[in-house]
Design a protein around this ligand. Structure first.
Ligand code: FAD
Length: 458
């Protein structure tokens, strides 16, 4: 690999370059191999980023775009010989236009920083993730992130109005559109959304903002199955004086182990709940939200088959309810290296899928935690039991998790991407026509194959 002295140091006045031990001394985020490269470069402007990419192209140095390193499929993994292109210094919120309900940001801005900057205007990004403190806008665009609010606002793709990126040949693609409607030929920026850094490095974006409704009522409801949870979701979506902000379902094993590790009191729980639904409703005041929630639940209780439930009596209690679902690292403390998946299915297929999944895993002597964003059919699955993390079990477990999903019209990867971890699934489960088109685009945009080489298979 050429030394940065061979030209990289001449780019910009303050180009940030990190190498060797100083690079490896950093926190590697969600994947232990994220910082395997020899070199990290952090440009402070689009022009600097373009010059760095051109240098990498001229010197045949593979480029690994990185944001907050919260990605869960190894898309940011880097190896010796790679150059990490980090968005950490592209961290300016350029503008919040309250009247137009949009923000212009650089790609290294974290979701939480944007949430905090938009809050004084009574606005918020329409996407929310538990990794909000570190996940960046560039990473969220590149993974087409989903999260808690996707059932209402759509995924990241639906929040992006405009986008700027450095393409693999070092040219700048700029389409900083600020309007929702543009029917001016193919919308090329869409190609960079969900491309996991294979088609270029996102530098700036224009994002829609939504009105924030901070006054919430939160409840935990025991239900017999996903069908019941979805009847509750439907009822709450129709609630005239309030808005549904979250609907997260935790199947029994996940809920009980989460409650135990969080020291959460289960005195209110009656009977053998198959699953517990967390719902969050917002209104003009907390009192109104609580009244709307209680009135809706009274109507829905027997129709939806709710067996017991509890409404939070304070902000602190509501936070503890949410932590049961959001703070899920207990999984890896109890079951280190548990293989984890992120699938989506049409609503009508969820209960059949979970029952069949349990049976397939039981045949392998394994179990799973199942939980997720139920209102858009997105399930997270973490598999555990003797031998679950072993390499020999990898394919049988994947086959058990993915069986039948394609036929239902679902997806083997709902919101986390393909990265390194889901390569086999992309090739085995993915749509062949989509794969062929993605490869053709990759050959056009990145003929030298320098962006995220050997990982995301497009
Ligand atoms: C606790 C926790 C909860 C989570 N919850 C959710 C959730 O609810 N929904 C959800 O969708 N995800 C969730 N995630 C996953 C993760 O937060 C998202 O995938 C997020 O979008 C990644 O952003 P990042 O900045 O950390 O990107 P990174 O992890 O740094 O990178 C992810 C991918 O994007 C590419 N990339 C990063 N920045 C750029 C850029 N500027 N230009 C081009 N490519 C780039 C990388 O090469 C890599 O392929 C969660 C993760 C954790 C740890």
């Amino acid at each position: 690999m050429p030394k940065p002295e061979d030209g990289l140091n001449g780019i910009g006045e303050n180009l940030f370059i990190l190498r060797g031990e100083r690079l490896r001394g950093r926190h590697s985020g969600e994947h232990p191999d994220n910082l395997g490269a020899d070199l990290l470069v952090a440009p402070a402007s689009t022009a600097e980023a373009a010059a760095v990419v051109a240098w990498c192209g001229a010197n045949a140095v593979p480029v690994v775009p990185q944001g907050g390193l919260t990605g869960l499929v190894g898309g940011s993994v880097s190896r010796p010989g790679d150059a990490i292109l980090s968005s950490e210094r592209l961290n300016r919120i350029e503008r919040i236009d309250a009247a137009a309900r949009l923000a212009v940001v650089e790609s290294g801005v974290t979701l939480q920083a944007l949430q905090e900057a938009a809050a004084p205007f009574g606005l918020t990004p329409g996407i929310d993730l538990a990794s909000r403190g570190s996940a960046t806008i560039g990473g969220m665009i590149s993974t087409n992130a989903g999260g808690i609010l996707a059932f209402r606002n759509g995924v990241m793709r639906h929040q992006v109005l405009g986008l700027e990126a450095v393409l693999p040949d070092g040219t700048v693609f700029s389409d900083m559109t600020e309007v929702v409607k543009t029917s001016a030929g193919p919308d090329m920026k869409q190609l960079l959304i969900g491309a996991e850094g294979a088609f270029g490095f996102v530098t700036r974006a224009v994002l829609r903002l939504e009105p924030v409704r901070p006054h919430r009522a939160t409840a935990l409801l025991c239900v017999p199955d996903a069908g019941s949870a979805l009847r509750i979701v439907d009822g709450l979506l129709r609630c005239p004086g309030a808005q549904l902000e979250a609907a997260e379902l935790m199947w029994r094993r996940f809920f009980l182990d989460s409650a135990r590790t969080h020291g959460f009191d289960l005195g209110w729980l009656e009977g053998d709940a198959a699953a517990v639904l967390l719902v969050d409703l917002s209104a003009e005041t907390v009192e109104r939200a609580t009244a709307e929630l209680e009135a809706s639940l009274e109507t829905l209780w027997s129709d939806a088959g709710i067996t017991s439930g509890i409404v939070a009596q304070s902000l602190d209690q509501a936070r503890r309810f949410r932590d049961l679902r959001e703070v899920s690292d207990f999984i890896y403390r109890l079951h280190p290296d548990a293989p984890s998946f992120d699938v989506s299915l049409p609503q009508g297929a969820l209960d059949r899928y979970v029952a069949a999944l349990d049976a397939r895993l039981a045949a392998l002597g394994l179990e799973a935690y199942v939980y997720g964003h139920i209102a858009d059919g997105n399930l997270h699955v973490s598999v555990f039991g003797e031998g679950a993390p072993d390499a020999a079990m990898r394919d049988p477990i994947e086959d058990a998790v993915y069986a039948g999903i394609g036929e239902t019209g679902g997806s083997f990867s709902a919101e986390h991407g393909v990265g390194l971890e889901k390569r086999r699934a992309y090739l085995a489960q993915g749509n062949a026509a989509r794969r062929a088109m993605a490869q053709a685009l990759k050959r056009t945009l990145d003929p030298k194959g320098i962006f995220n080489r050997g990982k995301v298979p497009f």
